[in-house]
Design a protein around this ligand. Sequence first.
Ligand code: AMP
Ligand code: MG
Length: 471
Amino acid sequence: MPVSSAYLPDPRVQELGAEFADPVVAADFPMTTLRFRNERAAASVGLDTLTDAEWIAHFGRFEPLPGNLPRPLAQRYHGHQFRVYNPDLGDGRGFTFAQMREAGTGRLLELGTKGSGQTPWSRAGDGRLTLKGGVREVLATAMLEALGVPTSRTFSLIETGEELTRGDEPSPTRSAVLVRLSHSHVRFGSFQRHAYFQSAERIGQLVDHVVEVYYPELADETDRATALLAAVVARAARLTARWMTAGFVHGVLNTDNMNITGESFDYGPYRFLPRNDPNFTAAYFDTSGLYSFGRQPETVFWNLQQLAGTLTLVAPQEGLVEVLNRFGPAYRAELAAAMLARLGLKSQSEEADVALANAAFRGISEGGDRLRWEPFFFDWFTGDEARALGSLRGDIYAGEAFAGFRDLLKTFERDRPERLGAAYFTAAEPQELLYDEIEAIWADIAERDDWSSLHAKLAAIEAARAAYGLG
Ligand code: AMP
Ligand code: MG
């Protein structure tokens, strides 16, 4: 069956013109075996009615979707990688394939690829994605969505039958092409490229495009650039707070990996924290710990400073600095809000919310080695003290480290406590997504081509998502 009536194509990216992206051709893969299709995401853009054969034609061989981009567009961008400016970036193994409206919200979403072949921006790279990298991204996006983090969603994963050589995987290793559904592809680094070439005109053009397409509520602002920065600061504060309560370490927070809509994306060497550790680092190549768990807020602020710098070409500096400095207070407020959401509690006042969040973080950090990150949120969900004290970790919660938290908790109202009725909460342990489990899932695929543990894990994460109701 073809697309449904909920499919509303709206390829706006073409309006930007030749200085922003390059038409490219997808690789011709020797094999296209469907490994994962995201039915829920597909339904949100009217593509759930595609047969598997049609799905593969569009997301493995990249035949254009009706009324959409006639040719894929590889985006041009620059970026700071580990704080070093790199003017040689751009979509080196991906492209924008299609754009469409989301059913219900009307937001402009887009389908972009990872591993779809070489582009003018591939440098020495092969333009490919390893199947393992694809599987890891499928898992990351599912888990982040379940935990209430604004994230791109993995739309499709198709195995492509090539043998890849990688330094960080036993090689040769299998190949795949992944399609993600995101709310924009415009990166902080997209602005940096035009600032590098000192083009106020193109910065202005990009500001107008982003405002009109992604922040239409700002269209009447007299100083659109400053208003846009304010909005991005607010979204970035929210995203960072959500990472920090999800115990998520992105791993590669370069400016080309930060989306202008405050949506998290591009999951390479990420990790979820086993237990609290501000120094926990995800990427093996992050030898200085620049992107460690505890340094993510300052990293996001540093990245926002780079974005603000590009906007000085089109807006007064004082206003941009004022707006930039809202990040700290906004982050603290968002962190408290994120903590309350994860604990299933209603907000009381900013002061009380912050006090509870601080007490929770203190408990987590003093709780000792037996207290893992995710179980804390599972055990205390909707603030049921009896349930927490009766959990496998009840003795830890009964101790001194949690005394302040328990006292403050009594003054908070529970938010939708009926959520505890989900079968998910009758298990002794929550869903986590720790490194060893991902490795075990991958081993089943690599050694036996057994995909059942991946699909079982995705079903379990989906049950968690439905039970937490954080969406
Ligand atoms: P990433 O670390 O995935 O965010 O990628 C950083 C930059 O390297 C981007 O410009 C990518 O397009 C490019 N890149 C990463 N891997 C490859 C590859 N295998 N082939 C071509 N370009 C790549
Ligand atoms: Mg990237």
